[in-house]
Design a protein around this ligand. Structure first.
Ligand code: AMP
Ligand code: MG
Length: 319
């Protein structure tokens, strides 16, 4: 493969959009920023292009992809039904960090949905992401632009660190403002179900939908996958990470490992949740690159606002 080209998104010229659209329509992979993390995008309706995403990431075929649309009117290209609940969620949270799982249209390749009958769709808030999808004129399947299991990328440098040579073009829009993957909610059974916590909280979803099922699946490294794409160990740094529930426990662990002669990287994630989300991956990337033997993270107390932060740190710290 030819070396990866980095293309600045500022200014967002017609020429830049044309490059992205041509690549997507030619079945190539592009990395591009969204308000959550950088995505590794391919034409969602082209099975050969979608196969390249799985190959580049080393992603298990059982982990389905989120399809990104330029606006709500484009969901018709990928869904078999767009229930009232989906309409209400889109009206409230799109464009934005909310993914909705609904029955899939027949033309959606099996690879996108991991062979399942449902498809996950989202309309990203970042204007350049929507402009790229609109220019291509096709829905864009895009998981996070990193090798499977690694930390998600929130800068173009993070993408290149993980996928240089494996992606045709990397569009550089600077650091992602949101920093954490979208909330995923399934509308495929009687009660709406939270599949992945994210920036949109359960309280925000319930304000629109009424009660939802938010019971988290059990997180153990050797548990079978509870549903498509819900890999227990995920989003992890290479350096072993351990989480502490309180400041005394955090300080105790740091002291314990330092006394044993280890080089310990420390991070606290107990500040304002929106700010913590925005920098969580960038901080873990930096700590991971600093040559520590062990990372010790202070968790925020469990609340609806910190659910996604705790979820990602729990997955990152499984052995
Ligand atoms: P990623 O692209 O790495 O952010 O992962 C996308 C996530 O969306 C998956 O890991 C699943 O949790 C979820 N997802 C995507 N498609 C589906 C689907 N059809 N059914 C259930 N969950 C899905
Ligand atoms: Mg990912």
């Amino acid at each position: 493969m030819t070396p990866t080209r980095r293309i600045p998104l500022d200014p967002l010229t017609d020429e830049v959009l044309q490059l992205a659209a041509d690549a997507l329509r030619a079945g190539e992979l592009i990395a591009f920023p969204t308000e959550t993390v950088y995505g590794l995008g391919a034409n969602a309706l082209d099975p050969a292009a979608v196969a390249k995403i799985f190959a580049a990431k080393g992603r298990p075929a059982t982990n389905p992809l989120i399809v990104h649309v330029a606006d709500e009117s484009q969901v018709g290209q990928v869904v078999a039904a767009w229930p009232d609940e989906a309409r209400k969620l889109a009206a409230e949270f799109w464009p934005g960090p909310l993914t909705v799982v609904v029955p899939k249209a027949l033309n959606v390749p099996d690879a996108v949905t991991a062979g399942g009958l449902t498809v996950a769709v989202r309309c990203p808030a970042l204007a350049s992401a929507r402009a790229i999808i609109a220019a291509a004129g096709v829905p864009v399947a895009a998981p996070s632009a990193n090798r499977s299991g690694e930390l998600s990328p929130t800068t173009a440098d993070h993408v290149l660190k993980s996928l240089a040579g494996k992606v045709h073009l990397v569009f550089d829009g600077g650091p992602c403002a949101g920093g954490l993957e979208s909330t995923v909610v399934a509308l495929t059974s009687f009660q709406p179900r939270l599949l992945r916590p994210g920036p949109i909280t359960v309280a925000q979803l319930e304000a629109v939908l009424g009660p939802i099922d938010a019971t988290p699946p059990k997180l153990t490294a050797d548990a079978p996958m509870p549903g498509p794409g819900m890999l227990p160990k995920h989003y992890a740094p290479r350096t072993p990470l351990e989480c502490a529930e309180s400041e005394p426990e955090w300080l105790f662990l740091i002291d314990l490992y330092e006394t044993a002669g280890l080089k310990v990287g420390r991070a606290r994630f107990d500040g304002d949740p929106a700010r913590v989300m925005a920098t969580l991956y960038a901080e873990l990337h930096a700590l991971d690159d600093a040559g520590h033997d062990r990372l010790i993270a202070l968790l925020p107390p469990p609340t609806d606002e910190t659910r996604a932060i705790r979820d990602r740190l729990a997955r990152a710290s499984l052995d």
